[in-house]
Write a protein that binds this ligand. Structure first.
Ligand code: ZN
Ligand code: ZN
Length: 279
């Protein structure tokens, strides 16, 4: 079973993989650049080579890259929409230069628009991006909490986006447990987890599920508020994660924790918790 964290790239990608190794990651997630700005620094070939060498040596993989936060593939604003497609392609190219397997993206939002409008918009954006740069890495669509008008809070919506994409051979899904819980997908009991597994299979299909974001949720079930929390310490709790982590449908899927990092102890504590819940 592969567990890991989202780790900082501050100081370079080779430092990111060292951080991951030190906290016991067997898989990891990174940004390809500053996630809150449009500017991009060129990748340093020596740093990339070292990153690849270390992840190989330490058997850390798959590597997930998360897209920049400013990208909004559902935007109703023509300028931002176009820019988002271009910036998505930059993230995709960097993902591939890093030798990472997956690029995870949120679906975006458009104020005052119906989900159906946004779904069509995202699918078009992904078609345009794939035309600009036929992907080698796989693009993973992440479910959302449905906060602030985000689309993708129902698995059926994620499926509809996939249905609108011309070439789906490089399209997969990343399921976030906090987002799902906030959006109304309960996992607090074994029965709930069974239900979620069936729902994923019936909508996007098990074969597309390539990654899990393993986060507890600070806010209530169905609150539509996206606040990640420490494993077992939020509203999903120990029993929920025990049921989830040991479920055969999810067990073999690589899992990334995006839990808060307020102190140096937080990541080791969450890793220890995850392992303690595994049977
Ligand atoms: Zn996530
Ligand atoms: Zn989130």
């Amino acid at each position: 079973m592969r567990l890991g964290f989202h780790v900082s790239i501050s100081g370079g990608f080779s430092l990111a993989v060292r951080r991951a190794y030190e906290i016991g990651c067997r898989t990891m997630q990174i940004f390809s650049r500053n996630p809150r700005g449009w500017t991009v620094k060129p990748l340093d070939p020596a740093d990339i080579a070292e990153f690849k060498r270390l992840r190989e040596e330490w058997d850390i993989g798959p590597v997930f890259v998360h897209t920049n936060y400013l990208i909004n593939l559902a935007s109703a604003k023509p300028d931002l929409y176009q820019r988002s497609i271009e910036q998505f392609v930059i993230d995709l190219e960097r993902t591939e230069h890093l030798g990472a397997e997956y690029l995870v993206t949120h679906l975006g939002s458009a104020s005052g628009k119906e989900p159906g409008w946004m779904i069509e918009r995202v699918a078009k954006a992904l078609n345009a991006a794939q035309k600009l740069h036929p992907p080698k890495a796989m693009i993973l669509l992440e479910n959302t909490a449905g906060e602030a008008g985000d689309v993708g809070y129902e698995l059926g919506q994620v499926r509809q986006v996939i249905d609108g994409i011309d070439n789906t051979s490089r399209i997969g899904v990343c399921y976030d447990t906090c987002h799902g819980f906030a959006a109304g997908y309960d996992i607090r009991t074994k029965k709930d987890v069974d239900g979620l597994a069936k729902e994923i299979d019936a909508t996007v299909g098990k074969s597309r599920l390539k990654g899990i974001h393993l986060n507890d949720c600070l806010k209530d079930f169905g609150s539509r508020v996206d606040r990640h929390w420490h494993l077992g310490e939020g509203k999903i709790g120990d029993d929920g994660f025990r049921a989830f982590l040991n479920h055969p449908f999810f067990r073999e899927v690589p899992m990334i924790m995006e839990t808060p990092k307020e102190t140096e102890e937080d990541d080791p504590r969450n890793m220890k918790k995850a392992k303690s819940l595994l049977k």
